[in-house]
Each structure stands twice: as C-alpha cells, then as structure tokens.
Ligand binder design. Sequence first.
Ligand SMILES: Cc1ncc(COP(=O)(O)O)c(C=O)c1O
Length: 348
Amino acid sequence: MKDFIDLRSDTVTKPTPAMRKAMTEAEVGDDVFGEDPTVNALQEKVARILGKEASIFVPSGTMANQLAIKSHTQPGDEVIIEATSHPYNFEGGASAVLSAVQFYCLKGSRGILEASQIEEAIRPDDHHFPVTRLICLENTHNRGGGSIYPIQRIAEISRFAKSKGLLLHLDGARLWNASVASGIKPQEYAQWADSVSVCLSKGLGAPIGSLVAGSKTFIDRVHRFRKMFGGGMRQAGIIAAAGIYALDHHIDRLKEDHQNAKRLALGLKEIKGISIDPEEVETNILIFDVAGTGMTPLQVRDTIKKEGVLIHAVGKTQIRLVTHLDVSKDDIETALKAFKKVLRPIQS
Ligand SMILES: Cc1ncc(COP(=O)(O)O)c(C=O)c1O
C-alpha cells in the first residue's frame, strides 16, 4: 500500500514496535471484576497525573465524555457548552439519547468561552426552564484549531460554576498537548474541573483508550454507567499497556508535533489564496481557509491525495491538518511542496 502523509487526524497513528512489545508483555486479568493489573496501574497513573482520587479506563474519548455527562446530570438538565465543541457536534447526538439532556450552546473565540457568557446562559430558578447543571470545556479545542484554554479563564469559570452550584467537565482529549505547549501541568488544569476526560489514542499514539478522572464517588458512578453503555472490557491490559507506554514515552515529544504544525502554517501562509495566521497555531492542529484559491476544500483534498497527502476538509472553505507521531519534519516539507503544486494553477 502506498505510504501517505496522513494529516487528517492524530488518531491515525500506528503503535510503535516498542509499544507493541509492551502490549505483548502485559499482565492481564478480567477488568470487569477489577482484576486486570495493567488496567489498574494505568488508572492509578492517570489519576495521579491529573491529581484526582480515581480514574477509569474506557474505549474512546466519546464514551469518556458521554459517561461524564451521564454521571453528572439528570434527564431534562441543561449543559452549557461551546457551539463547535466535540460532544455537541461529533458524538452522534449521544447526550440527547443516553443522558436525555439538552445543550445550551455558546459561540467561543476559537472555542474559548468568557465567564460572562456562561453567566448569561444560566437559567433562572423557574419551572418553565430546564435546570442548568453542567458546564463542558474543551482543552485543547479541536475545532478552535488546537487552541489552548488559558488557565486563568478555566479557573474563573470554575470558581463561578462553584458559586452557582454547577459542575464542570473538562474534555481533555488533547490536554497533553495543552500542557506541553503551555508548560502548565495536566494536574493544574484538572484541579478546576469536577471531571476530566483524556485520550491516549490521539497525539500519544496508543491504538485505543481514554480515561475519565474525578472523585472516588464520581468514578464509582461512571463505573456503573460504563457497564450500562457496554464499555466494560475484559483483558484490557493489552491496550492499557500501550497507554502506559504512551504516557511514559510520548508526552515530551508532542513539542515536535507543535513545531511541525507551526512550520506547516508558516509555509502555507506563503501560498497565495490561503488564509492562515501562524500565530494562532498553538499546538498540533491547524485550520485554514482556501476560499481565496478558487478551489473548494474537497477539490484540494482530492487533488492533493494524488500527491500522497491526506487532509481533512471541514466546512465550505476550511481545511484542517493535524500533526502527530507518524509525521516527520521531512514529511512537512513534502506536504508543503504538494500544497504549492496543487494550488499553483489557481494562483497565476
Ligand atoms: C476534543 C475531542 N474530544 C473527544 C473526542 C472523541 O474521541 P474518540 O474519537 O476517541 O471517541 C475527540 C476526537 O477527536 C476530540 O477531538
């Protein structure tokens, strides 16, 4: 099979030989009985990293978010969330079905909300209205272009949520990227949230797996719903081992992905018709506009694929690129050459 430079997502990485070795050697047991030593070790490790009492291993980031929403809410509750967030847009409408809650969507700046927006969205204590229960934030923000939530903003929103008796869930699918780029420890971000979800299968390069972290009581509730949602796994140590390996070996290197994304942004900026601000590229995701090239994102996608580069068309004029473990510095230069070639006829 032809080797593509795959910039569609950081979920496309394949386990490295060392990660596969760790998986092969993993000690396993039945995790539904709580008897898988490798899963237990992973859960303890992630709880420690996030400064929470406990964490629980689940198959996907979607399940992690949905379990957190389910465990925090009652049917009919309202969840305040950003309009381009993952749970609202890309989780199949799960919260409506599985938790019977509705979202109150607020438009953020590159996915980042102001505390005052949240304040305005809280429902009065009147039986006409749904009960505002939970706030969900996303760090880094995927459709915000990998934007990092400023920690002061999270703290402000968290203090406000507490003062109003609201709960806060942090979708930290790429919290590792936020942490490496900002120098702020995952625990410092997590301290402001009642629950945090993190993914191992994105920038960290594990094949499967996410975790939800929070208080022991909360995680006990998540454990019950994980069974209900069909997320109880058996000898899951095989995949948990990949997660442990990823946490030990693949966090620091995320800075290379961030450098590659920046380089990509600077190169793309040179191409006529592309609109991108490299200053806004903070982590491993970049979103840019191709309206000025005269090509649609789908045309760019289909043409550049013939040059061996895979990209993700998002919306009518935008393309998203994501750098990761399986994209090298040289690949970035090759991808830039391909963009220049594909977009050249339109420029002249
Ligand atoms: C911010 C964010 N949250 C959650 C998810 C869901 O993760 P999964 O694909 O493992 O369900 C993603 C996936 O890309 C994401 O970007």
